[in-house]
Design a binder for this molecule. Structure first.
Ligand code: AMP
Length: 209
């Protein structure tokens, strides 16, 4: 799927704290606190670290899955591009990502982890899109497939903004027109100073184009 200027939803830290607390509650209620958390790189790293804090887990590992290229543009099918950073044999493991969309990344990661001989593998995401082929064991909020959006998480803000603003600027050159296009087409309201910062780094194409 390639979406040129996708509808977006910006996620803030308060929501993220709420989602992490909700997952923590569900994991505790299930009585299945993990010994090891695996953060899927890159989107799952911050949620995984926050869940370590929430659940009192000290062992945090990484596994890198690659799927989406630039914002809202798929880059072929998901692949695991870096191995798991530690052993999980005999451990109860929780693998964490920020969102399940196609679900391919988490499906692959879970399969890979199972092959490493853990006692148990469960999964968690902050958000889950209804059409995902993989349903995480725990998620805080479901987005119906018909309401698909690109979620701009704080850990991806500048990357997403640079990519979307460059596309918007190619259609409607000039900072004010770019701001308007981001607002009208993507539903993203960002400060003008953020676009100025990108323009100063040459990330919005030639000035006045
Ligand atoms: P997927 O394999 O399609 O479930 O998604 C893999 C990764 O791509 C997620 O962990 C996110 O980092 C990113 N991603 C996919 N879809 C979205 C979306 N709708 N909004 C924000 N990030 C997304």
């Amino acid at each position: 799927m390639t979406v040129d200027l996708p509808r977006c939803r910006r996620a803030g830290w308060e929501e993220i704290d709420r989602w992490v607390a909700e997952i923590g509650r569900r994991v505790r209620a299930a009585g299945r606190a993990p010994e090891t958390i695996v953060g899927l790189s890159r989107g799952g790293w911050v949620p995984a670290r926050l869940l370590c804090d929430q659940l009192g887990v000290r062992r945090l590992l990484s596994l890198r899955a690659q799927h989406w290229g630039v914002t809202a543009t798929r880059d072929g099918s998901a692949k695991l591009s870096e191995g798991l950073s530690g052993a999980v044999r005999g451990e109860s493991v929780l693998v964490v990502d920020d969102i399940t969309d196609t679900g391919e990344s988490l499906a692959l990661a879970t399969e890979h982890l199972r092959a490493a001989g853990p006692a148990r593998v469960e999964s968690a995401t902050l958000l889950h899109i209804g059409h995902s082929k993989f349903v995480p064991t725990y998620f805080a909020e479901e987005i119906p497939a018909t309401a698909w959006v690109w979620v701009v998480f704080p850990w991806n803000y500048w990357e997403d903004l640079a990519s979307l603003a460059a596309r918007a600027a190619a259609e409607t050159p000039g900072l004010d027109a770019t701001l308007r296009t981001l607002r009208e087409r993507c539903g993203l309201d960002v400060p003008r100073s953020d676009l100025e910062a990108l323009a100063a780094r040459g990330l919005l194409g030639p000035p006045g184009r």
